[in-house]
Ligand binder design. Structure first.
Ligand code: ADP
Ligand code: MG
Length: 730
């Protein structure tokens, strides 16, 4: 009988509806494929399995046998030990008939987890006690039960040629050894697995055949075998992901032609750089070189520009947009919030001032958000349509029906994580010229200040090219970060005094709270209450402003203006100020209930200070309204320990793990089960390159030699390439 991966587990001998239901419920295992993708969590290294007669006293060994009986006795307190001990002792019989003892202290539960009849491997150091050999507190790996197909000698034989035993995520009803048995049965029943990777790829990448890899990941002969198997299967995960992402990108771009926006001599873009009061950093120069090439190509640009807060992305963005204007086209800058739109509009106007803004012969720049008045909106829409407006900054409002451009050449999207692919596609339609000529796709630059480890960027954004601004402009002010927990409550008072001194010296302070308002359900400070407290009690003599997402735009803008101008020296807010807000005089960032924020959020918030106002400070209050957990403390200590965004991003990735990065349910992308993008960065790069090469020669994956690749990618992404659309919610 030969089974296939798509067969249900009930096709296996001995698997009835009851066991099948258990597998489905505990691990969502329905088919043999599911079972075989339930990879071992780790491996039990049995070491050399020995027979009692070969054991040397005082050396580590693994002894294997059938549990015969248990007894427990109580040892009274003695010496320094003030409590009695339970000594649980089991007697175990080896295949040869020899019996040895295993002992555990205060682990009476062993008697029920290893009832008589259990066959198990016990690893530890062998001692002689009275006349018997015994293993004290050994490492235990259950192998099966006598009477259900396992006996001591067959188990011994198995471990003999296979030192590494897969240990599976298990439940009480489905212990790991049961999964070992099921997997073994499945591997026996399966016809040899056909390999979806063409032979030349396997050869080039030095990859195991699929069949061998699947078998070895569950039952490796040794560590090298396990390693090679994991590498092959991780390659499959990453390669299919890259193929899928890039395939989709090509489909989206299928009938689009890019515009030639290559830099011209003496244009706005060139003059902009010449007028800047500072030279570009090396990283900015490399970025403009990358972008310049993209802008000139016929394929529309799709590039991700990532750089830490303050690395100077805005200058690069403005330069990119001006290249479109140099070709007589328009450019749009999309941002996620109104506050940011206002901020960017102001920055743009300032940066472009030397070139002339909104004056005769100057550049025409406007901002559009959902709170733009009807009259202004009407004028902007008409000027976009006629081409009078060169540059526009806006929120989602730019995507609305009715917004049309005469000729949209460049789109810059700030803070990628809040926009999705479909919005990039929507923008494409905005540029369809009304005169009926062939639609063209704008060049798209996506910017993110959330540092993403390179490995992750290449994985997540398989459909974007990536440029990194890995250098900060000179003259950055250092930021001191401190973590304050309730056991140092006096430091809150000291901070208040310090804030007064700083404010007296013309500096400003952010106070960020996790919530708009406090509630019963979630412990933590609310910006509204905190503002009330600070304004009425603590800093009654100072100007304290409030900004949060639920305020009307006018109030938000008033608060920001007061803070910027110094009329308010303290700004209490939620994370609305997380991105882009730029007030150079701000030197103190206070974050309440910091454990409620993730690493990248904290890093973003901290990036609001240290922007030129002198030495800056970030104070993280944590553990004040809820218990500080292990992970939270690790995150906060990391943030306090470095201001390097990329280092923090790596830490973040390590703490969270990459396995659940995508979360199949939300993203439509398969989880990476074996691939670990931090360690497998070489595989990420290799698979990405390979996918590009294949799709370049065969964009539809329609060639006969790619039929298997195509089928595999479609299988992994249920619903086909359409499933990728789910990424957009990301
Ligand atoms: P980002 O958007 O990457 O967080 P910005 O573009 O807002 O960073 O730049 C932060 C600050 O650094 C701004 O005040 C900007 O004018 C300044 N800046 C940008 N590039 C340079 C440079 N090459 N040299 C000096 N200052 C720079
Ligand atoms: Mg910015």
């Amino acid at each position: 009988m030969s089974l296939s991966l798509e067969d249900r587990v009930t096709a296996l001998p001995g698997v009835g509806p009851k066991l099948a239901a258990r597998l489905a419920e505990a691990f969502a295992i329905h088919t043999l494929r599911d079972l075989l993708e339930h990879y071992p969590r780790r491996y039990h290294d049995a070491g050399e399995v020995l027979d009692l007669s070969d054991v040397e006293e005082g050396t580590p060994a693994t002894l294997l046998g059938e549990v015969l009986e248990w007894s427990t006795r109580r040892i009274p307190p003695k010496g320094k030990r003030s409590r009695p001990l339970d000594l649980t002792e089991g007697r175990v019989r080896q295949a040869s008939g020899a019996v040895f003892a295993v002992t555990f202290f205060n682990q009476r539960w062993r008697t029920s987890s290893l009832p008589p009849g259990t066959v198990a491997a016990f690893s530890g150091t062998v001692k002689r006690f009275r006349h018997e050999l015994q293993l004290a507190s050994p490492d235990v790996q259950v192998l099966g039960k006598v009477g259900s197909g396992t006996d001591t000698s067959s188990a011994a034989q198995r471990l003999d040629h296979q030192r590494l035993l897969g240990v599976y995520r298990a439940t009480e009803a489905l212990p790991s050894f049961k999964l070992n048995e099921l997997v073994e049965a499945a591997l026996e029943a399966l016809a040899p697995l056909e390999d979806w990777l063409p032979e030349p790829i396997r050869r080039d990448q030095q990859l195991r055949a699929l069949d061998r890899a699947v078998r070895a990941i569950h039952a490796p002969a040794d560590h090298a075998d396990r390693h090679a198997a994991r590498r092959r299967l991780a390659f499959d995960e990453l390669f299919s992901l890259q193929l899928g992402l890039q395939w989709r990108r090509r489909q989206l771009e299928a009938d689009t032609v890019g515009l030639d926006n290559a830099p011209v001599a003496d244009g706005w873009a060139a003059r902009f750089l010449a007028e800047l009061p500072f030279p570009l950093t090396g990283a900015q120069q490399r970025a403009t070189a990358d972008l310049g090439r993209d802008l000139g190509a016929t394929r529309p640009m799709h590039r991700l520009l990532q750089g830490d807060v303050g690395s100077g992305k805005t200058v690069v963005a403005v330069w990119t947009m001006l290249n479109a204007v140099d070709r007589g086209r328009q450019a749009a800058l999309m941002v996620p919030t109104e506050v940011l739109a206002e901020q960017h509009h102001r920055t743009l106007t300032e940066l472009l001032a030397p070139l002339g803004v909104n004056v005769l012969d100057g550049l025409r720049v406007a901002a559009l958000t959902s709170s733009t008045s009807t009259a202004v909106r009407r004028r902007i829409l008409s000027e976009l349509l006629t081409g009078e407006l060169d540059l526009i900054v806006g929120t989602h409002a730019l995507l609305e029906e009715g917004v049309r451009f005469a000729d949209l050449g460049v789109v810059v999207i700030d803070e990628q994580h809040r926009f999705g692919v479909s919005q990039r596609v929507q923008l494409k339609e905005k540029s369809a010229p009304i005169d009926g000529t062939t639609p063209t796709a704008p060049d798209v630059l996506v910017m993110t200040a959330t540092p993403i480890p390179r490995s992750l960027a290449l994985t997540l954004y398989g459909d974007l090219d990536v440029t990194v601004l890995d250098e900060l402009p000179p003259g950055r002010e250092p930021i001191t970060t401190q973590l304050i927990t309730p056991d140092e409550a006096h430091r809150r008072g000291r901070l208040e005094a310090f804030i007064r001194t700083e404010v007296a010296a013309g500096r400003r302070v952010y106070v960020v709270c996790p919530f708009v308002e406090e509630s019963e359900q979630l412990p933590g400070r609310g910006a509204v209450e905190e503002h009330g407290r600070l304004a009425a009690e603590v800093f009654a003599d100072l100007g304290v402003a409030l900004v949060h997402g639920r305020l009307p735009s006018a109030d938000k803008e008033a608060a920001m203006t007061a803070f910027r101008a110094g009329a308010a020296q303290i700004l209490v807010s939620t994370t609305v100020i997380e991105v882009g807000v730029d007030v150079p005089e701000a030197t103190i960032m206070v974050i309440e209930d910091a454990e409620r924020f993730g690493i990248s959020q904290l890093h973003q918030l901290r990036g609001r200070v240290g922007r030129g106002g002198g030495r800056s400070y970030c104070v993280l209050f944590a553990g004040w309204s809820s218990e500080l957990g292990e992970d939270a403390r690790e995150r906060l200590v990391a943030v306090a320990g470095t201001t390097d965004g990329f280092e923090l991003a790596e830490t973040d990735l390590r703490i969270r793990g990459s396995g659940q990065l995508f979360g199949r349910a939300q993203s439509g992308l398969p989880d990476l089960l074996l691939a670990r993008i931090q360690e497998d960065v070489d595989l990420v790069a290799a698979t990405r390159e390979l996918a590009t090469r294949i799709l370049e020669s065969d964009p539809e994956l329609g060639a006969p030699e790619h039929a298997r690749l195509r089928a595999e990618v479609l299988r992994r992404y249920e619903g086909g390439v359409e499933a990728f659309a789910a990424l957009e919610t990301g």
